[in-house]
Ligand binder design. Structure first.
Ligand code: MG
Length: 389
């Protein structure tokens, strides 16, 4: 069997570097054809030499010029740049799978291009499905490309659904850690500090995602993701708090029995599943050690503690551009909280006010979605001033 050639969009981020670890563990099954980063070209030097990568791209043209002039890449390395470079590297003839892990909407065009070119896409960026789920799933359906979820919860469901007739699936259950304020008295939430919000119990992530985990806006985005990936209405997708992050998600079958997928909280597991699918090989990450006592608990999320979750469900049910408005308002709100301009509880207030102020429309094109996103950002920034304390 020939090694499956990959392109990694977002090669220097945490998904990108974990992907490199997985490839390192399976040199006969996987190889790297292309690497894309925003600007940090020096971080590509090691992987380019180690994996013999022939094509790289840097979104920032200045960084691309520096990389070319440095003389540090092997002779013959193609160094592309900008949005065109991202699209070209996502569609390289030899590539079978594209890992889409670019932060924000910059990954949208190359991911759609890869799907249209019938590349399998291992999707790590939530925004793409939240904003453009309709267009992303349509591109995959039209070309026959596979859309493989990297997000740990969705990957778990993807594994659980394999080989099951659709008629047997009743509900999906996404697990959530509950974040930093799972046990904080609700009346104290208005006074919590940024430092407290950044202490995540299980996963080490960037500040935006860690705060999204504390508000459970993150789980709201995942509800919207799941709705597109598995084509089920939001009212058949439940959310449960499972603080240990060992059960990555569950499914309920028509007879009422449930199945769960367990693994240690390491992204190497879902990434490897996407890259080797449908094959299973040993994963280069620790295993669960059942010689040690292990307690797994679950509890429903209290709506008063996690108002962002209810708002996300409302946006998911409404559809159209409402999920894009939710996402944009949440980004502005989290940035305002990080900047010390609004309270922690102001995040949900701002998201709710923005959703109420911006009408949702049925998007006919990506341009419609991006316009709704921009409009929601302006509205949320204006409303944030009023919430400033
Ligand atoms: Mg997740």
């Amino acid at each position: 069997m020939e090694a499956r050639p990959l392109t990694i969009l977002g090669a220097t981020g945490s998904i990108g570097t974990t992907t490199l670890n997985v490839v390192r563990a399976h040199p006969h099954h996987l190889r790297i054809a292309g690497l894309a980063a925003h600007a940090r070209w020096r971080e590509l030097l090691g992987p380019v030499h180690e994996f013999g990568v022939k094509t790289i791209t840097l979104n920032d043209p200045k960084a691309a010029a520096e990389a070319r002039a440095s003389g540090e890449f092997p002779a013959g390395t193609r160094i592309l740049e900008g949005n065109d470079g991202l699209i070209e590297i996502a569609c390289l003839q030899e590539v079978a799978t594209v890992v889409s892990a670019v932060v924000g909407t910059a990954g949208l065009a190359p991911t759609l291009a890869a799907l249209a070119a019938r590349k399998d896409v291992a999707l790590a960026s939530k925004e793409l499905l939240v904003l453009a789920g309709k267009f992303v799933t349509e591109a995959a359906r039209l070309s026959g490309a596979r859309l493989l979820p990297v997000d740990s919860e969705h990957n778990a469901i993807h594994q659980l659904l394999r080989d099951k007739p659709r008629a047997e699936i009743e509900r999906l259950v996404l697990t959530a850690s509950g974040g930093a304020f799972r046990d904080t008295p609700i009346e104290q939430l208005k006074d919590v500090t940024l430092e407290q919000a950044l202490r995540h119990p299980n996963w080490s992530m960037g500040p935006k995602v860690t705060i999204d985990s504390a508000t459970m806006a993150n789980k709201g985005l995942e509800l919207i993701e799941a709705r597109w990936l598995f084509d089920l209405p939001p009212d058949r997708i439940d959310i449960v708090i499972h603080p240990q992050s060992i059960i990555h998600s569950m499914i309920t079958l028509t007879d009422g029995s449930m199945q769960a997928l367990l693994s240690p909280p390491s992204m190497a597991y879902p990434i490897q599943d996407c890259l080797l699918y449908p094959q299973r090989l040993p994963c280069p990450a620790p295993r669960l050690d059942l010689a040690q006592a292990l307690t797994l608990t679950m509890a429903p999320p209290a709506p008063a503690r996690y108002p962002c979750l209810g708002l996300a469900r409302q946006a998911a049910t409404q559809g159209g551009t409402a999920p894009a408005i939710f996402n944009a308002a949440n980004e502005i709100a989290v940035a305002a909280f990080i900047a010390g301009k609004i309270r922690f509880t102001g995040i949900a207030e701002l998201v709710g006010q923005t959703l109420a102020a911006c009408p949702s429309r049925e998007p006919n094109s990506l341009a419609d979605v991006l316009a709704a996103d921009a409009e929601a950002r302006v509205m949320a920034s204006r409303l944030a001033l009023k919430l400033s304390h």
